[in-house]
Design a protein around this ligand. Structure first.
Ligand code: CAA
Length: 445
């Protein structure tokens, strides 16, 4: 069977930066270490007043197509995943295609366009759709572009405000990909949950603590479901494990629980037994409460072991590096975690070809999805071409007053006229409203 997967990735960050420990925490009267140590975040990316989900998505896709030497004729499908859509009917992918037609010869009339919604897991679902479309033999040799794009803003003074972010990830899905092959095996954990939602409103209603429990419960189900088709997972099987990263502190919890699950009944559990005992088994306890307390104690002890810390530092920590600097990108989060892992391997000159990653996506509401990816021969060339570091470095750093204005500029309920803080350069920009209330875009040379 020919490999299908991700051929190339482009990341586009919002052009503004909010320093969380330095600027946001003092203004909110909070300890900066809540951000650096607790949530694991240094900064958030924000969109300038001329940026939105369309400009960020189109700018990422533009660079992707240019870099890969593609014309519209080579692309048979454009899907956008977002939680920040501004239209209940016309999909964001049509706006993106309209932008790209301003700069490429030809058009995308032949391309199937859609929009995927299931909170942050939607872009992984769109990658799946593209994978299935190619596998079904319906792609006529063309590639699919999947774009994850979000302005992940919360209402002012909502606890979620600490984890905001804005950016887009464009992925090219093809046969015989350069970057990673996606496994046919996948696992799901899906349930009707009310942890984070936006019922006809721009900013989310969130039950933050509950959302963290739901994330862990659905992720666990998805791993077990994955194992039912792919066999047991073992920590040594994966070079990296990129998770959906609403903030790195969440992944710290998921990584620890995942490790406990993977080592059960393995020689790693045996090796650790002298130091911290064996994992509690339900049958040894009279009630759930006592069992859960014993599990908590075991997990706390596991977190302190050298075994676990070395594994985490090598396999999970490197996936968080971009996220620490940009915050939550919702649909794009797990995809920047993968990019962060690949960048780490590139920087450390690791021979990654043929090694596997286990990718854990999650969307509130709620659904987790787990699949494996095998790194392909051309991965180095692809990672080398990404310019994410350059983009992060050139962000304009907001004062707290500017942050307040920019938050208002992106609040649909506030009528504000904020001057742009950066100067657009070779990119798509928001250019005002059309006669039917549509948003309009222009390419600035
Ligand atoms: N030094 C060190 N650590 C500190 C600290 C300090 N001075 N102050 C606080 N901390 C730690 C806390 O102990 C806590 O860590 P633990 O959970 O390990 O105990 C962490 O920093 C956060 O502190 P709080 O719990 O006090 O923070 P909070 O009450 O303000 O809210 C939050 C945190 C619930 C995550 C909130 O930011 C939120 O609602 N975020 C949005 C929802 C979200 O991201 N949920 C994640 C799962 S859902 C999902 O993944 C979908 C999605 O993308 C939204």
């Amino acid at each position: 069977m020919t490999a299908v997967g991700i051929d190339a990735i482009e990341i586009r960050t919002g052009r503004l930066k909010l320093d969380l420990p330095g600027t946001f925490a003092p203004a909110q009267g909070e300890d900066p270490e809540k951000y650096t140590k607790g949530l694991g975040l240094n900064a958030s990316s924000f969109p300038d007043s001329y940026e939105d989900i369309v400009t960020m998505g189109a700018n990422a896709a533009h660079r992707l197509m240019e870099r890969k030497g593609l014309t519209p004729e080579d692309v048979g499908r454009i899907d956008v995943a977002t939680e920040s859509a501004f239209d209940n009917s016309k999909p964001v992918s049509t706006y993106v295609a309209g932008c790209l037609e301003q700069v490429f010869d030809g058009d995308f009339h032949h391309a199937n366009k859609g929009e995927r919604k299931f909170a942050c897991v939607a872009a992984t679902q769109a990658v799946d759709d593209a994978y299935n479309w190619i596998r079904a033999g319906r792609s006529r040799g063309k590639a699919a572009i999947v774009i994850a794009t979000d302005t992940a803003l919360y209402a002012r003074d909502d606890p979620g405000e600490a984890t905001q972010g804005a950016g887009a990830v464009a992925m090219l899905i093809t046969e015989d990909p350069n970057l990673v092959e996606i496994s046919a095996e996948q696992g799901y954990g899906s349930a009707d949950e009310t942890d984070f939602l936006k019922p006809q409103q721009q900013f989310p209603s969130v039950d933050g603590k509950r959302s963290m429990q739901v994330y862990l419960a659905r992720m666990r189900e998805a791993v077990e479901d994955f194992e039912s088709v792919a066999g047991a997972t073992h920590p040594d099987d994966y070079a990296y494990i990129p998770y959906h990263t609403p903030f790195p502190g969440m992944v710290r919890k998921a990584g620890l629980l995942g490790y406990r699950h993977m080592i059960r009944d393995t020689s790693v559990e045996d090796d650790l037994a002298d130091e911290i005992g064996r994992q509690p088994r339900r049958e040894a306890f009279d009630d759930d409460e006592a069992y859960e307390e014993a599990i908590r104690e075991y997990v706390d002890a596991l977190a302190e072991t050298e075994h676990y810390q070395e594994w985490y530092a090598a396999t999970v920590e490197p996936t968080l590096e971009i996220s620490r600097e940009v915050g939550n990108w919702y649909t794009g989060s797990v995809h920047i975690a993968r990019a962060s892992a690949l960048r780490d391997a590139y920087e450390k000159d690791v021979d990654l070809e043929g090694q596997r990653m286990l990718v854990g996506s999650y969307g509130s509401g709620a659904q987790a999805e787990v699949h494996a990816e095998t790194v392909r021969e051309g991965w180095r060339e692809e990672v080398e071409a990404m310019n994410v570091d350059e983009q992060l470095d050139r962000r304009y750093e907001l004062s707290f007053e500017e942050y307040e204005e920019i938050h208002d500029a992106h609040n649909h309920d506030v009528d504000s006229d904020v001057e742009e803080l950066t100067t657009p350069d070779s990119e798509f920009v928001f250019d005002g409203w059309g006669r039917m209330g549509e948003r309009q875009y222009r390419y600035v040379e």
